[in-house]
Design a protein. Sequence first.
Length: 97
Amino acid sequence: MRIAKVIGTVTLSQMHPSFKGARLKLALPLSLNNLTGRTEPEYDPVVLWDELGVGIGDRIALAEGPEAAQPFRPEIKPVDAYNAAILDRIDLDPQPQ
């Protein structure tokens, strides 16, 4: 699971039937250096399934891979990433430079 920042919404003109009612968002995964302001994000954005109603700019807990489909069992949805939580606050211990 990684922390990510939501940067957009994905709109489909055609979709897989299991995506009916889906909210797809575009999120940018963040590293520890990104969270502490030492570097700019270096990962590519990912499309994720959102059932929590996340907004642009929110920070989330991003589940990827096989874990992303777990909330949909027994009805499997074709997703690679899932919004597992909306993060209200992130506290980091100071790291030596």
